[in-house]
Write a protein that binds this ligand. Sequence first.
Ligand SMILES: Cc1cc2nc3c(=O)[nH]c(=O)nc-3n(C[C@H](O)[C@H](O)[C@H](O)COP(=O)(O)O)c2cc1C
Length: 325
Amino acid sequence: MIDIRTQYAGLTLRNPIIVGSSGLTNNPERNKEYEKAGAGAIVLKSLFEEQIEIQSDSLMQESDYPEAVDYIHGYAKANQVNSYLELIKNTKAVCNIPIIASINCYRTDAWVDFARQIELAGADALELNVFFLNTDLSHEYDPTFALYVNIIRKVKETISIPVIMKIGKACSNVPALVHTLKINGADGVVLFNRFYQPDIDINTMQIVSGNVFSSHSDLSDTLRWTAIVSGKIPDISIASSTGVHDWEDVVKCLLAGASAVQMCSSIYTHGAEIISQVLTCIEEWMHQTCYESLSQFHGKLNYARIKNPSIYERSQFMKYFSNRD
Ligand SMILES: Cc1cc2nc3c(=O)[nH]c(=O)nc-3n(C[C@H](O)[C@H](O)[C@H](O)COP(=O)(O)O)c2cc1C
């Protein structure tokens, strides 16, 4: 009997496939479909700090009364938060798998109250999707760390469900950041969020959206950092995300040390059925390779367990090209 259960950030998942936070997970009935297709957990669409500010700002522009501003701001915020809490409650009412709420934040203080409400609404864990791109020439050190640490500390003081940090690749030292998050209470990390990809239309001279969906080639970086972080910080749960498109990608991430994976672009492209197809293929592969549980191969090829770990490091990329004719 093949056992594909996994432990992720203190949660027991029936399998490692998590539906990633996106418009896909915005609706309780559709979330039920992912559960039926076999998903191990679901991360709900993020509640965005900017979204709340934009909605309240546009309402405020319509107001001629300055004294109404605070009221409108509070109302818009409460409205957004309430519909998000309804999404959590309604999804929990129809699904049995863990439901992970998600908030997108870029400031330290604005989210602590929401975190408490999210826990009370029944979310099984909270994913903090922190967006901060450091482009300031005057910063001599990377202020990302301090921002993340402040957020994780405040949220951990407030709630007792597992807290997972979803980070982007644009960070000067991924393992050091994950280590810092771990010692400040993070139960898991998602490596990585894939942010909006800007492109330039040279005919219209406009900034336009690049590919919304990831491609297979995005997996390399995800694998590299999953393997390095898993090898250096063995006691943190990792969900690999970005470029996980098929069952082989899932197996690769597990071998690199992920406890789970998040899939988003491939579910947009192929629908919920891809989840059951991936699970069937993983079980077949485990059967053929005589593995009975994920723990037998989890992290087998991470940075700490292979003979030549530097293969995961950037210098190998240079060697590869310098050896080519
Ligand atoms: C249309 C779309 C909407 C997304 N919305 C969110 C979101 O609200 N919160 C979030 O944390 N990530 C969001 N993401 C990022 C995904 O959760 C995921 O991290 C990213 O797409 C990489 O995974 P993939 O390669 O499987 O697509 C979104 C992605 C897409 C394509």
